[in-house]
Ligand binder design. Sequence first.
Ligand code: NAI
Length: 220
Amino acid sequence: MRSESRGVLVTGASRGIGKEIARRFTDLGDIVISPSRDELDLASKESVSSFVANFDTEISILVNNAGINMVGSVDDYSSTDLENMIQTNLVSAFELSKLAVHSKGLKAICNVASIWSERSYPGRAVYSMTKSGLLGLTRGLAQDLGSRNVMVNAVSPGFIETEMTSANISQDRREELYKNIPLGRFGDPKGIANVVTFLCSSDNQYITGQNIIADGGFLS
Ligand code: NAI
């Protein structure tokens, strides 16, 4: 544990990858702020603006982890679904980054993207669009914040054992996928949390503007 605690804002920390990220920062002695859906609904522009307007804590680290994946072909997408995906996965990350940039002591921002930011798959066009957008935000912010020595990176998980995975992947598909993952298994949320905490730590001295793919070798 370090002597100095950092204020860490993590979205989507109620379960899955976000829960592990929050737990890992807490174990390191940081003060984790993980708003509930009532306090911050990322799908709602009003909720995000009100959260930002009322937020008065110094942020050292921001982790934009929350995300949704509504699988469907472009034809199936209503404009409401499209807006919901863009708002939740991308616009909210932009707004919270803007909030973090105003914190004088900001040290790092980490965006949780996806392997589907680098490649896509049938039914993932909108998800890929939002996650690729997150990489653009990551690179642009790294450029803007480099002079302040703020590290801005993305982590792109492959298939990780969470509720999102169970909801989107059938058992048959899972067996198929194992054959295409060099490590032969899905990942553990803890493995993603380790990468995120490293990128946001003082041990990371020179990695910024990058997308770190943690996928058991799937995209290799
Ligand atoms: P999950 O579905 O288990 O958890 C998502 C979290 O986001 C939950 O805490 C949920 O409450 C929160 N959230 C969703 N919509 C919200 C909203 N409108 N307002 C506030 N919070 C909201 O997801 P999981 O699997 O832990 O994924 C976390 C991140 O990792 C997501 O961005 C996801 O796209 C990404 N990812 C996950 C992969 C996986 O295999 N599980 C693979 C690649 C990327």
